[in-house]
Ligand binder design. Structure first.
Ligand code: 5GP
Length: 204
């Protein structure tokens, strides 16, 4: 029995299939809430403001940053991304699990502040594969694809920042692996909360 929510921090090079994986994960974990980030990047077709991200201007981002509104923030590619305090506060207070989708700089920041959670890196089967997927997605220019692939390569090199690494050959298998990780993390002795007074007494 566990009662406190688990922060799950997920990173993946662009084009790895992270968004699809996270959407499936939400369906499988009813107590999981996504910490919706703020970004200055342009909204893509099919995205919803306030759901996929809070899309804001560079000026608004700057103001929020200067007001200490972000748990962490980073410049990724050419745009800014940040996790606001309010995006994690409510689920945290309610004891729900929280999903944070961050780039490796965000992971670095959270590690430095000793933010507790399960840090998971999702990798593509190959670099060739992400290049193909990004082209197929058709949301990026060739220049942007090249930049995303290069950033992805740098991210892969930082794999030791994470607790777990999963190769995304197939979304369903990847989701299963994440669920197994979550279950194991939640069963850690350190997270155990006694379920009755008699057990509590035994634990001293
Ligand atoms: P995209 O533009 O493809 O949605 O995201 C680009 C990158 O920014 C991804 O690696 C994504 O995980 C990362 N990202 C999204 N939100 C945040 C955030 O709040 N903080 C940080 N550090 N990275 C983020």
């Amino acid at each position: 029995m566990t009662q406190k929510g688990l922060p799950i921090i997920i990173s993946a090079p662009s084009g790895t299939g992270k968004t699809t994986t996270c959407k499936r994960l939400i369906q499988e974990m009813p107590d999981l809430r996504i910490a919706t980030s703020h970004t200055t990047r342009k909204i893509r077709d099919g995205e919803i403001d306030g759901v996929d991200y809070f899309f804001i201007s560079k000026k608004e981002f700057e103001t929020k940053k200067n007001n200490n509104g972000f748990l962490e923030w980073a410049q990724v590619h050419t745009e800014y991304y940040g996790t606001s305090f309010e995006s994690i506060e409510k689920p945290q207070q309610e004891g729900l699990d929280i999903l944070l989708e961050l780039d490796v700089q965000g992971v670095d920041s959270l590690r430095n502040m000793k933010f507790k959670g399960s840090y998971i890196l999702i990798l593509p089967p190959s670099i060739e594969e992400i290049t193909k997927r990004l082209r197929k997605r058709g949301t990026e220019t060739e220049e942007s694809i090249e930049r995303r692939v290069n950033t992805g390569k740098e991210e892969i090199k930082k794999y030791k920042e994470y607790d777990y690494v999963i190769t995304n050959f197939n979304v369903e298998e990847t989701v299963k692996s994440i669920l197994a990780i979550v279950q194991a993390e939640k069963s850690r002795v350190a997270r155990y909360i006694p379920t009755s007074n008699d057990i509590k007494e035994l634990l001293g």
